[in-house]
Design a protein. Structure first.
Length: 325
């Protein structure tokens, strides 16, 4: 190839790559697929595993080209992933933010690049709402309220004081902030209840177990009546700690948690968990619809919330075979 031809080939190649960076973003040239950069929180819980599966399945359709990144529960990893999606010129960014704050700068960069952002599962706290197109997920405040309502109902006719310990989710995350808020809002109306300890177990079984061990040690024998865990995984870890302390979970200490994963239904069936508040992780199909719409420039609602129930151990055996996650 002579010098002139080589130069022409290089210019053509650069032009093609440039176009890819702006629109098709890595999808095979000319296939018209929507390239979606998805940054997931991590793999901290049974809920998260089900959520990842749902997102990957829905965005595996040939109309999408998915770039998936796992942040391992670290905000800095998510910011890096978002910047890399922007540099690659993806069509749409979707992500489930580890924590609520600290997103303004990177979201402004996405906006400046003309890439719409869809929030899934967890919200962000930003002063400029135009930094994201839409949100799909649960009402975490309402989930906290439901847990407190269940507890008040389950304590009917019981005299106080009722000593409650709380296992919080990841510090600064929307589900931890909101579930705590909703739970306190309702429980605070009944003077029998006191939250005696509240600490983060980072949404994991291992941490849930570790923090519950510390709670049991600090409060002493008979010092805890109820555990409210912000997710089922931490409750399952705490059950191990309660049993190791020679107590009966579900009897000596009543337990209510959030998610409604299969592991929680198994624990309820065994009588070790009293109730779980559903938080639906199967967001993939609705996320795919929103991605399609924002990419096409169609109007989308600011918030899309999913329907969720409350399940007690009396319902567990009948419900278990029907659970999808
Ligand atoms: O953001 C949803 C929460 O994150 C789930 O309740 C929890 O299990 C997960 O880790």
């Amino acid at each position: 190839m002579n010098k002139g031809l080589k130069l022409a080939a290089a210019v053509l190649c650069a032009a093609v790559l440039g176009a890819c960076g702006k629109g098709d973003g890595g999808a095979a040239a000319g296939d018209g697929a929507i390239t979606v950069g998805f940054s997931q929180v991590g793999a901290e819980s049974e809920w998260r595993t089900a959520n990842t599966r749902s997102v990957k399945e829905a965005l595996a359709a040939p109309e999408f080209n998915l770039k998936f990144s796992d942040a391992q529960q670290k905000q800095e990893n998510q910011i890096k992933a978002l910047r890399s999606f922007i540099a690659q010129g993806v069509d749409v960014i979707a992500f489930s933010p580890v924590v609520e704050s600290g997103w303004e700068t990177v979201l402004r960069e996405a906006k400046a690049a003309g890439i719409p952002v869809v929030l899934t599962d967890r919200a962000v706290a930003v002063s400029d709402e135009s930094l994201y197109a839409t949100f799909i997920g649960s009402d975490f405040v309402e989930e906290g309220r439901k847990a407190a309502r269940w507890l008040i109902e389950d304590s009917e006719g019981q005299a106080g004081p009722v000593r409650v310990v709380e296992l919080q989710g990841t510090v600064g995350s929307a589900p931890a902030n909101d579930r705590m808020k909703g739970f306190k809002e309702i429980l605070g109306q009944d003077p029998r209840f006191t939250i005696v300890r509240s600490q983060s177990g980072d949404f994991t079984r291992a941490k849930g177990k570790e923090v519950m061990e510390a709670f049991l040690k600090a409060e002493g024998p008979g010092g805890i009546d109820v555990l409210f865990a912000h997710n089922d995984d931490m409750a399952i870890g705490a059950i191990q700690a309660i049993e190791a302390a020679g107590l009966k979970p579900g009897e000596d200490i009543r337990i209510v948690s959030i998610d409604g994963v299969r592991g929680a239904f198994e624990a309820m069936k065994a009588g070790k968990l009293n109730a779980t508040i559903e938080c639906n992780p199967l967001l993939g199909p609705q996320l795919a619809d929103l991605v399609r719409d924002v990419h096409a420039g169609r109007p989308v609602p600011r918030r899309v919330e999913v329907e969720e129930g409350v399940f007690t151990r009396e319902q567990a055996a009948a419900e278990l075979p029907r659970r999808k996650y």
